[in-house]
Design a protein around this ligand. Structure first.
Ligand SMILES: *Cc1c(COP(=O)(O)O)cnc(C)c1O
Length: 422
């Protein structure tokens, strides 16, 4: 029997990789399963944010070069904290901008339509912001939306790599795909797709927003041309924390599409010349002054992350989500939920995804009972059991509460519409 409290507590006591829950600021009585949208604050992230506040107070302008975390080198320093997480050399990483801004930068750099190769290949399930950015980049080059090819999904939830590869035709100049799909949580085979793209002479990049910090990557080994991601989801950097990007070493020396002085070779930046001399590393793709306070919590958050290590994070995450799926099957049978995430470990990211006709109001009823899910219109419920701070007991409690909501139809008192942020 898996669906009882004693069993869940026993898992917490005996599972080989313990959580680091004590390091986080968890609210007692609240079950937080939304770490795939906004990770929780850790005590160390809070501390490094305060440390940087102090450096402003203490050093003024000299904070750029003085103190333990001199601001001038902070983007590189935090980039170096991500080498294990994404499988890259430190020079290939930089913390900067935001997901969407970094996508604009990378497409402005890597999209070079020429002859017959003028189109961009993406997918029909990606996050809207990525698609808006790709269409805008096409428009800047004088192309209309027919130049964006979006691979469709057969089941509405997942993508088939064979379909994607079949769409890598001679007219494609650039490919941009997610690492993990934001709804179904499907992991795309980034190694295979990269190999197929390169065999056809196409440049390929990945949006890692939902895969970074939940599944391991080997970007450098796979030969991925570029990647970009946010740091406020599984990496727990806080609301609006700076994004990050990866550019493979083979592209060092490429001219950034969107140039700015913080992309300069650091030794030369302050010579104030009107001739831009970009850094010979991923730092070249920075634009303006870094958002120091939006990077500060990452120092602590990533330290914690590296302490557990991405392989253990992944193993514990899978154990928690396996337990979630078991609970769905055993405790919610007959209540109208459909599991829409892949079941196979190779194909499943860090969250599970259920659909239900009353999803919006079921989520409201959960929130009323201090369980925090993530609603995705029109009928999706995402639940992320985060390796570092969630427990097996919380998983059991969540489904016991959900079963009670379904049994008593407690959701019926709410309207089945989404809230402004959902
Ligand atoms: C979260 C997310 C974004 C958000 O972009 P921001 O620029 O950070 O607001 C973009 N794309 C994907 C796939 C995401 O999951």
């Amino acid at each position: 029997m898996t669906n009882n409290l004693a069993y869940a507590k026993q898992l917490d006591a005996t599972y080989e990789i313990p959580s680091m829950r004590d390091e986080f600021c968890v609210t007692e009585g609240r079950i937080y399963f939304d770490g795939n949208s906004l990770g929780l604050m850790s005590k160390r992230a809070e501390q490094t944010l305060l440390d940087l506040k102090d450096s402003w107070q203490n050093y003024g302008i000299d904070g750029w070069t003085q103190g333990e975390n001199a601001w001038y080198f902070l983007a590189e320093k935090i980039g170096a904290q991500m080498t294990e997480i994404v499988g890259a050399k430190k020079e290939e990483l930089i913390v900067t901008g935001s997901t969407t801004v970094n996508l604009h930068q990378l497409v402005a750099t890597f999209y070079k339509p020429e002859g017959k190769r003028t189109k961009i290949l993406a997918d029909a399930l990606n996050f809207p912001s990525d698609i808006y950015a790709l269409k805008a980049q096409l428009a800047l080059k004088g192309y209309d939306e027919t130049h964006l090819v979006q691979v469709s999904s057969k089941d509405g939830q997942t993508l088939d790599e064979n379909d994607i590869i079949a769409a890598m035709t001679e007219d494609i100049a650039l490919i941009v795909l997610p690492g993990v799909l934001y709804r179904s949580g499907q992991i795309l085979d980034m190694a295979r797709l990269t190999k197929a793209a390169h065999e056809r002479g196409i440049v390929i990049g990945f949006d890692l927003c939902h895969s970074v910090g939940s599944v391991p990557h080997a970007l450098r080994e796979w030969g991925v041309d570029f990647a970009f991601w946010c740091t406020y989801k599984h990496l727990n950097g806080g609301p609006g924390s700076s994004g990050a990007l990866f550019v493979h070493e083979k592209h060092f020396g490429m001219k950034p599409g969107l140039a700015g002085w913080f992309g300069s070779d650091k030794e030369k930046q302050f010579t104030m010349s009107h001739t831009f001399e970009p850094a010979f590393e991923a730092g070249a793709f920075q634009i303006g002054t870094p958002n120091v306070f939006s990077m500060a919590p990452l120092l602590g958050a990533l330290e914690l992350f590296n302490q557990m290590g991405i392989e253990k994070v992944r193993q514990r995450s899978l154990a928690l989500s396996d337990y979630m799926l078991q609970c769905v099957e055993e405790m919610l049978d007959g209540y109208g939920f459909t599991i829409c995430n892949p079941m196979d470990h190779q194909r499943r990211g860090g969250h599970i995804y259920l659909e239900h006709e009353d999803a919006a109001r079921i989520c409201k009823a959960l929130k009323e009972r201090h369980v925090i899910p993530d609603f995705r219109a029109p009928k999706g419920v995402r639940l992320a059991a985060v390796a570092m701070y969630n427990t097996f007991e919380e998983v059991y409690q969540c489904f016991a509460i959900l079963r009670e909501i379904m049994e008593t139809k407690a959701y019926e008192k709410f309207s089945n519409e989404r809230e402004i942020v959902a």
